[in-house]
Design a protein around this ligand. Sequence first.
Ligand code: PSU
Ligand code: MN
Length: 348
Amino acid sequence: LRSSLRAFSRSPLAGKVNLCKTSTRSLSTNSSFVHISDHVQEALQSKKPIVALETTIYTHGFPYPENIALASHLESIVRTNGAVPATIGILDGVAHIGMGVEEILKLLERAGQQDTIKVSRRDLGYICGLGLAGRKLNGGTTVAGTMVLAHLAGIKVFATGGLGGVHRGAESSMDISADLTELGRTPVAVISSGCKSFLDIPRTLEYLETEGVGVATFADGRPEKEVDFPAFWSRDSGFKSPAVVRTEEEAAAIIHAQSSLGISSGLLFANPIPTEFSIPKSEMDVIITQALNEADQKGIIGKDNTPFILSKIKELSSGKSIPANRALIEANVRRGTAVALALAKLEE
Ligand code: PSU
Ligand code: MN
């Protein structure tokens, strides 16, 4: 092993690998495609804890102007708990890591408009390339898109609401969110409330296992055997979590271990919705079935499927799901911030 490592260190690849490693902390802000804000750059340099935040939830989830209130509230949760927020999104064909207030306003006020696109991994080259060519589009980044950009900047912790997953009927539609493959290939830890039960939760867990993604749910005092992988509005999904963590320190230690071991896949930490906001699964199931039927009848597939179902659910629950949605995102951001703080301590 030692001699092969020595041989490797002399090979031309070695320099490149090193370059890659160090460049994550010194990526130029002057790229035509990526802009890392001053506040995020400063935090990276001084090794302050940073929490990445996505923008598809604002452009394709919450309507304007509620999305603005949520965005600024989430940033303030990160700040008041001692970390630096990095809201990530695309403006005029440039990927912004750490958006400022004006930039957030500019992206979010065009939520729901045709020219504000939902940007997953596959769309990043497209939207940034078009920007260079003079067609300047804006976009909200999904979990996958946000992970790619967070990793580019060297950010390891990312908090959001819900994760994409394997859709019901995926055995014929093949609709599996790119969030899952992204978790398989990009070393960023995502804190979310699991995924919505309009998805196929057991198959989502199987897929994550195949992709080599560590999935652990916060126990919140429950005995390990009773901890389900959460289903967004409901704390329980009927499916056990593959692993359990008790504290944010444990989560941070896992991130640190995985990074020290050189494992390049991501991690998923599931944080069940606060009990007082939890909506019983039976209640949500009725609404979800109706939303799924409608999407099916209307033939809504591909990237439009998730936003369509989400807005249908909102409509059918007559807005009841909104406070729950907001509460769980806030709880995830709080937890994500605590994980980032604990990780920064380990990395001192
Ligand atoms: N699930 C939610 N809320 C969301 C999303 C998913 O409960 O806002 C968004 C996230 O940005 C996620 C994306 O990454 O949808 C997944 O979309 P798709 O299934 O098309 O990959
Ligand atoms: Mn999909």
